[in-house]
Design a protein around this ligand. Structure first.
Ligand code: ASP
Length: 330
């Protein structure tokens, strides 16, 4: 049994500034990250697989409206939601992903069903929804994903006629929520510099790694736009021989850099440590093409790397028997 079992999660990166976040919003994020890590830790402690741990962690992050995945997802240019997710098992290199779904409550569970119940890797749109329904997964009305905070964020982006990343900034955020029951974040949302995708990576007690990523994409994105999150190798990758990786940031750049796979490839071909490979991708390679964001990664020895090149990244990790560690700023 591997005693280094560990889970790490992220809830997006971007211009997340202490000065622009209220103490209560900050506490809400820490509490949410802590609860998700504890749940993942329980799965691992009971001998569950890394795949089970990352599925459960991302499912919980999707259900939490603080993050841009599942409920709380950002709006497209048409005022709708289109969700993407991927999951990969480092033990077998099996992977599953879905993109552009509008009614699947938990995209990560659909991705998991693709991994386990299909000969394919990636389903899109209506076909993905039909597959999820046939697998017995919960479909919801599109309004389920609607939250007031994301709606305000979208109106701002639409007025500026641009696509914006989720967690960035200062402008919109300050606007008070119209409804006190609204559980969505009250921190500033700067249209340009925030990415709220969620993800998890884990090493289980059997020595296997897995990764999962789920997102609503970027605010005001064109209908049909797909980012890095559901693309194996760009937003998600796992291989026991090297590491498991989940990314968040400007998806187009992560796709062009094949960012998640590049961390694994550098470990394999350059024989560098997890930290060195992850830092090179996030701090050297992505910035060359203006790629902003970060990633979380674990290797089969239980090393954890959480680099980001933005002001902040919602993140945390938990080892068996230890209190989860959560962080937001640099
Ligand atoms: N990478 C995601 C995308 O481009 C956005 C994010 O990380 O928030 O869809």
């Amino acid at each position: 049994m591997n005693s280094n079992a560990v889970i790490a999660i992220h809830g997006g990166a971007g211009t997340i500034l202490r000065a622009s976040m209220s103490a209560s919003a900050e506490a809400d994020y820490h509490a949410a990250l802590h609860a998700v890590l504890s749940a993942g830790q329980r799965v691992l402690a009971e001998g569950g697989s890394a795949l089970d741990a990352v599925s459960e962690a991302v499912r919980l992050l999707e259900d939490c409206p603080l993050f841009n995945a599942g409920r709380g997802a950002v709006f497209t240019a048409a005022g709708t939601h289109e969700l993407d997710a991927a999951i990969m098992d480092g033990r077998t290199l099996e992977a599953g992903a879905i993109c552009c779904v509008k009614r699947v409550r938990n995209p990560v569970l659909a991705a998991r069903r693709v991994l386990e119940g299909s000969e394919h890797v990636l389903f899109t749109g209506e076909g993905a929804e039909a597959f999820a329904a046939a697998q017995g997964l919960e479909l919801v009305e599109p309004e389920y994903f609607h939250t007031e905070a994301r709606h305000r964020q979208w109106l701002l982006a639409r007025d500026q006629q641009r696509a914006m990343l989720d967690h960035d900034g200062a402008t919109l955020a300050a606007a008070p929520a119209s409804n006190d029951d609204d559980p969505t974040p009250h921190e500033p949302i700067d249209p340009n510099r925030k990415f709220g995708t969620v993800g998890a990576v884990a090493l289980d007690r059997h020595g296997h790694v897995a990764a999962a990523t789920s997102t609503g994409g970027v605010t005001n994105k064109q209908v049909g736009r797909v980012g890095d999150a559901p693309l194996i190798g760009a937003g998600c990758y796992a291989d026991d021989a090297t590491c498991a990786v989940s990314t968040t940031g400007s998806g187009e750049m992560f796709m062009r850099m094949v960012a998640a796979y590049d961390v694994a490839a550098q470990m394999a071909y350059r024989n560098v440590s997890l930290q060195e490979a992850a830092d090179d991708v996030v701090m050297n390679r992505l910035p060359k093409i203006d790629g902003r964001g970060g990633l979380i990664a674990v290797d089969a020895r239980g090393n954890v790397a959480l680099p980001f090149n933005t002001e902040g990244m919602y993140r945390g990790f938990a080892r068996l028997g230890e209190t989860p560690v959560t962080a937001i700023y640099r």
